[in-house]
Write a protein that binds this ligand. Structure first.
Ligand SMILES: [Zn+2]
Length: 145
């Protein structure tokens, strides 16, 4: 088996509308993400490289200094108030660490698909997001790309 692991840190804000506590207010975290991709043997490009570490890190670093919101948080969709470049809309009912990890998992799969399309290989993709020192969520599942 071969495995690629990348870490990245990003400063991102969110709020949990409807949460019965202080998390309903806009606040930020220094999120730490770890993406792990495992497969029997990675395809190689012309330089004998597999997935680009930088491409995987960029998926997380693109969230830096932005706010993540859910589609029902329409205030941040007002482009006259908030620069659309600074707002990332995640699917789901709230910009939770769970939804962030699932959203990132989809992007990691898309990144593999973009570099090595239609190979029919099975990859185990794990996305770990650390919201605070003590709070971590992990999504881990397979994709055939
Ligand atoms: Zn939070």
């Amino acid at each position: 088996m071969e495995k690629i692991i990348v870490h990245a840190k990003f400063h991102t804000a969110h709020r949990q509308i409807g949460y019965p506590g202080h998390c309903c207010h806009v606040h930020g975290h220094t999120w730490r993400g770890t993406v792990t991709v495992t497969t029997e043997e990675f395809p190689r490009d012309d330089l004998d490289m597999s997935l680009d570490f930088g491409d995987l890190k960029k998926l997380m670093r693109d969230l830096d200094h932005k706010i993540i919101v859910s589609p029902n948080d329409t205030e941040f969709a007002q482009s006259d108030l908030f620069d659309p470049e600074g707002v990332v809309v995640l699917p789901g009912r709230g910009p939770s660490v769970e939804n962030l990890a699932v959203w990132l998992w989809d992007r990691v799969r898309d990144c593999i698909r973009a570099k090595f399309p239609d190979r029919g290989k099975t990859y185990r993709i794990e996305v770990l997001i650390q919201e605070t020192e003590n709070n971590i969520f992990v999504v881990e599942k397979e994709a055939v790309v």
